[in-house]
Design a protein around this ligand. Structure first.
Ligand code: SAM
Length: 302
């Protein structure tokens, strides 16, 4: 049984359930565990925080709020104590605010869109609809409030603080470098014995301000990965019930590919589960002596 560190930031498309599959491939790549981990599309960070690699971690994302938040955790600016005090106060304000909390949610959202505090970032990430992270074309937080009685209950606050604590244990005082840069710059830092894990916005799928992704971006990523001397693993989608990802034939079919079925959830209802064939594209010959972890063995450490 292996435990998964679940990060405090939520996002649709988070790769939590695919971690055993990804880690299995990482372990089969032949790199040593003290190699560098390079992750240019960090997102919630769930893959990097759970990677078996123990060397330097060089991670980037063009979304500055993600990078600011994790830097603040790393340098002790955001701690479980400061976050608990903040959430307890906001929880009281939310409970006493008009329109079932909506008035206070709007206040926090407007404040975040001016000041970009890492605390308000977590508040919005956890009070919005379906744990979505979405920014409008002006880069402003754009997810509706998800009304729920006692939205930030003591148990929920503890859960968020524990998640921060778990991440802090991984990054504090360790060789983790967070940068608000585009993927080309992050990939350029890779050395021959490093492993790069890429999870770009999926071409032809959902787009918001920080997740615009064009064919030109896909081409640039292909060039960067074709030319790297490091090992790489790229997550992408292969096909769904309706169509194929054209980028597989155009670019990724030049490398090795492994696929598996995956369900994305948009809300709790069964009819909102979308089955997608996920792909991992990679540039090495996997060794056979890696452990095979199954999804059912997962203990999500939430
Ligand atoms: C699919 S998400 C990564 C999800 C992550 N693996 C997880 O499980 O949470 C893609 C991320 O890439 C970032 N991104 C989009 N365009 C980028 C670019 N040009 N360079 C670097 N990061 C980018 C987005 O902000 C987003 O956080």
């Amino acid at each position: 049984m292996s435990s998964i560190i679940v990060p405090p930031i939520k996002s649709q498309g988070i790769k939590t359930k695919l971690i055993p599959w990804i880690n299995d491939l990482v372990l089969s790549s032949g790199i040593t565990l003290d190699s560098q981990w390079i992750e240019p599309f960090f997102g919630t960070g769930v893959v990097g925080f759970n990677s078996p690699i123990r060397g330097n971690h060089i991670v980037g994302d063009t979304n500055p709020h993600i990078i600011n938040f994790y830097r603040a955790v790393q340098n002790n600016e955001v701690t479980t104590f400061t976050m608990r005090a903040y959430l307890e106060q906001e929880s009281r304000l939310l409970a006493n605010s008009e329109n079932d909390g909506y008035a206070h949610f709007r206040k926090v959202r407007d404040r975040f869109n001016k000041q970009y505090s890492p605390y308000d970032f977590i508040f919005l990430s956890r009070a919005g609809f379906n744990g979505m992270m979405r920014f409008n074309r002006n880069g402003q937080w754009n997810v509706p409030f998800c009304k729920k009685p006692n939205r930030f209950s003591p148990a929920y606050i503890t859960k968020i603080c524990n998640q921060i604590d778990n991440v802090a244990r991984v990054v504090r005082g360790k060789q983790w470098h967070f940068s608000n840069t585009s993927f080309v710059e992050t990939i350029q830092q890779a050395q021959p014995n490093d492993i790069i894990y890429c999870d770009p916005p999926y071409w032809g799928r959902y787009v918001d301000y920080y997740n615009g992704w064009t064919e030109q971006n896909e081409h640039q990523l292909y060039e960067a990965l074709l030319n790297t001397k490091a090992k790489f693993i790229l997550s992408t989608w292969h096909h769904n019930d309706y169509r194929k990802n054209e980028m597989i034939n155009r670019y990724w079919g030049h490398f090795n590919i492994t696929t598996r079925d995956h369900f994305y959830h948009n809300g709790g209802k069964i009819e909102n589960r979308h089955s997608v064939i996920e792909a991992l594209v990679f540039n090495f010959d996997p060794s056979e002596k890696h452990s095979v972890l199954q999804e059912k063995q997962l203990n999500i450490f939430d």
